[in-house]
Design a protein. Sequence first.
Length: 158
Amino acid sequence: MLNNNILNIISKARQEPYKHRVLELFRTDKKPPFRYDDAQTNFLYMNGVVDREKADGKNVLRFPSPFVQKRLFNYFAADLFSEMGQIFEPFADISDTITADTLNVRNLLRRYGRQLALDRIYLVMFVEAIPDAARRTYEVDQVEQGVTVSVAFVATGA
């Protein structure tokens, strides 16, 4: 059972416009800067959602504890991907794609395309969680006859 402090932290973290800033903390490539004069950072800091630390001589945002980080991750994961289902069939026959000495790239791309079609709803949910300002759309042309690559969305961190 979650205590009131964690419930309060989650209630603050899920509010707009603060939600995007909290989701940024789960990125591993760079940590957002900590600035006292930033209204979003200030709100999250004063409510115990984030903390600060020194990294390479700069103040950056971090979660106040691994426990809070795990609770927020579980909340947002359930919120963004409420029904993940099974990602792949573990006992599927893949002999048409992978053998002991070959890899059939054409069949691999076909399998990937089918999986993307199945997971399209989850991709849309994920992309909608990223604010428009941080989202760019790239479209890849048809690579090979019979193989179509769908629209890809990339979060730019802007």
